[in-house]
Structures are given as C-alpha cells and as structure tokens.
Design a protein around this ligand. Structure first.
Ligand SMILES: C[S@@+](CC[C@H](N)C(=O)[O-])C[C@H]1O[C@@H](n2cnc3c(N)ncnc32)[C@H](O)[C@@H]1O
Length: 397
C-alpha cells in the first residue's frame, strides 16, 4: 500500500474546496448497513446562507438531499470513505482522483487528467452542462425515457433534449430572479401531463441546486395524476405531488414558480393569470394551439396581401397572441422574453414566454399603451388574459 494515499486524497479534497477547483465527488461500492443505499453524490451549492456541499444520497428507489457547510461536509466524507464506501472519486478542475479502500483498510490512489474543467459549477457553468443525469434516474426510467439499463430509448432522445433545455432555461431564470439563493421554494406545473418537466423541475432544484422545493403538478386527467404520484413515491420525491384538477378552478395560493407547457389555447392564459395572482417570481409558458385571436383579426390594409393566406394568418395570430400576453405580463410587473424553446425540427409548439418578476418600479402604462395599440391595429376585440386581469381589477383597458 502506498502509505498516505488516504491522506493525499483528503488533502486534495480540502485544497480543492479552499481553492475553488472542486467540481464534484462521488462515493460508490457501498458496504454499510443502510438498506438500499447505493451512492452519494456531492456537489457545491450556492445558498443564501453561503456556500454549501449538497449531499445527494441515492437509494435503490429514492433520493435524499442534505446540505452541509464545507467543513462539516469534509468531516462527513472522512467518516464515509473506507468505512461505508469502498470507492471515492474526486473531480476537480485540475485532476480526477480515485481512492479505493479494501476491507482491510488499505487505500490506493490513482490520478488522471481532469475530465470536467468547470470548477464549482454554480451559476453560469452549471447552466451550461446538462442538468439532468439520465443514467441513474428512476423517474426517467419509469416514465419511459430511459430503458432498464439507464440508456435513453431511441424514440425519446428529443424528449430528453427538451427536458434538459427546459431545465437550462429555468436555471437561468432562477439565477436572475429574486428567488436566487433561497433555501426553499414552491413550484406549480399546470397541465402537467405525464410529468416529464415536473419531475425534472423537482430533480433540478432539490438534487442539483440543493434548494428544498415543494413541487405540485395539476392535471385534468386522473389516470396521469395517479401514474405520476406512483413514480414520485417510488423515486422518493417526498415534496412532489400531483393533483387532479383544472387550471381555471385552482384556488389561489402563494407560488414562487409557475410553469405551463403546451396547455391548449386559452389554458395558457389561465395559467399565466394564476401565476400573476399567486405572486410567482417566475412564470414559464410554452403556448400550444391558438384559437381565440385568429377569427377576430381584421387585416389592416397594409397587411391584406399577407393575411389573405390562411397559413400566414395562422402564424400572425400566434405571434400577435403571444405578444399580447408578453405585454400584459410586462404591465403586471414582469421582465419578459419570448424565444424559441426547442428547434422547430422537434415540434411546432416551440415558442416560450418566460417572465421574471421585477423587484423595482416598472412602466405599466407604457406596456398597456403598446397592448392597446396592437389590439387596435389588428381589430382584436378581446383576449382571455386581458379579461382575467381586468376581472381581477388589476387594471382597466
Ligand atoms: C400537451 S400536454 C402537455 C403536458 C406537459 N405540460 C408537457 O409539456 O410535457 C397538455 C396537458 O394539459 C392537460 N390540460 C389541458 N387543459 C387543462 C386544464 N384546463 N386544466 C388542467 N389540465 C389541462 C391535458 O390533459 C394534457 O395532459
């Protein structure tokens, strides 16, 4: 046994934590007594109380996360390595170190060039990498995205890309929102369907960012709710719950993040309205079909040559509807971006409206003036989100 390998490993760990080169650490080959425990994944997490090490314990059928200070975390790792776990793999931006400890306590250290060059992947670096780990994920397997070997099913590659793109977007919004650094938050996914994005949202906040997030999916179809609740239970996602219900009937309760992807027609308006009502700091929607505005459009003389073609009118109606939604969100105090979510090659429903609540003052009148002008230009009499916000007495148009 090369004497001191264990100490060299922990010296390297502590240096990487102190020097900001720590990326992640994985414990494997469990030989302790805790039923079902397989791995521990340790990552840095930037929380309001300061930097922490987020320990994700992966059991056969569930995950559990706990955050520790760097000092506590390093102490805990010293206890776990060798006693409970035979293998520890440290990734820093300078080297990969693997420590193997035999049952007799003999330690053997190997070092390699770094495979991950981004140290302490919080913020921007974290956003750039794929946030959802497909391989070991029980929910992706149960939802049919991966097979029993943890490999992505050929037909589900696009779905996984969509899930990862969604998580990247939410990560960016979270970092630029008043929620950043909070230790707890609540999120609501309305029209959650089979729950791909609801699970990913939960997994990202709780297991990647180390934020305790209570996530609720609301879905009209009871069979999907039952399926998703079963998967959540088996994944050990204790703060994730699915409820049967309609978006428009949901009682208003405080929510930090509201998402609604591909909710049909004006269900997107109901969802945005629910987000504004519940004071959400982040509202993310990807509208589905648009039926309300198209029959109302009266082609302005300059656009007659364009809008006489049904296909182009359809597109114009979509753009105008989403622009009206964006302006209403701006008037309600949000910074709004409308952009392509996933490439059109994967789906036609690819526009995303992402809104983050402003912390300071904003020019409500300017947004409302643009809203009125746009409606007038196209001869639009009414739009669902507008009526919902007006009914709420927020403003008159
Ligand atoms: C196209 S799926 C999208 C599912 C999921 N959001 C996604 O993007 O993967 C739309 C889902 O919304 C549900 N839905 C439609 N209108 C709804 C409403 N008013 N309230 C609740 N759920 C609704 C449908 O049953 C369906 O499962």
């Amino acid at each position: 046994m090369p004497a001191g390998d264990r100490e060299k490993f922990f010296d390297a760990l502590e240096e990487s934590l102190a020097g900001g080169t720590f990326v992640k650490l994985t414990l494997s080959k469990y030989r302790g007594a805790e039923d079902g425990l397989k791995n521990v994944y340790v990552r840095p997490a930037e929380l309001k109380g300061g930097r922490r090490l987020s320990f994700l314990r992966r059991y056969k059928t569930r995950d559990a996360v706990k955050n520790h200070t760097y000092e506590e975390g390093a102490r805990l790792l010293r206890e776990l390595v060798g006693a409970d776990f035979a293998s520890a793999h440290l990734f820093t931006s300078e080297a990969d170190l693997r420590l193997e400890v035999s049952r007799k306590g003999e330690a053997h250290l190997t070092a390699h060039a770094p495979t991950l060059d981004a140290a302490a992947p919080t913020g921007h670096e974290r956003r750039k990498r794929r946030a959802i780990d497909a391989g070991g994920s029980l929910y992706l397997r149960e939802l049919g995205v991966t097979n029993e070997h943890g490999e992505v099913r050929p037909a589900m590659g696009d779905k996984l890309r969509q899930i990862n793109k969604f998580v990247e977007i939410v990560a960016g919004l979270y970092d630029s929102s008043p929620l950043k650094g909070r230790e707890e938050l609540s999120a609501l996914d309305v029209g959650s369907g089979k729950g791909y994005l609801t699970f990913a949202l939960y997994d990202y906040f709780n297991n990647v960012r180390g934020v305790r997030a209570d996530v609720t999916g609301v879905e009209a179809r009871a069979e999907l709710v039952e399926l998703c609740n079963g998967v959540a239970r088996r994944a050990g996602f204790e703060r994730l719950e699915f409820k049967t219900g309609f978006i428009q009937n949901l009682p208003v309760s405080a929510t930090d993040v509201l998402i609604a992807l591909h909710a049909c027609d004006t269900a997107t308006d109901e969802a945005i309205h629910k987000g504004v009502e519940s004071g959400a700091a982040i509202i993310v929607t990807a509208p589905c079909c648009h039926k309300e505005v198209r029959p109302q459009i009266v082609a302005p003389p300059q656009l007659r040559g364009v809008l006489r073609h049904g296909h182009l009118l359809e597109r114009e109606a979509e753009s105008v509807t989403d622009s009206l939604r964006a302006l209403l969100l701006e008037s309600a105090g949000y910074r709004v971006k409308v952009f392509e979510f996933v490439s059109t090659e994967h789906t036609r429903k690819n526009t995303m409206i992402a809104a983050v609540r402003r912390e300071g003052a904003w020019n409500r009148e300017a947004a409302l003036a643009e809203f009125r002008a746009l409606k007038e230009f196209y001869g639009i009499r009414g739009q669902r989100l507008e009526s919902l916000l007006c009914d709420r007495g927020d403003f008159t148009l």
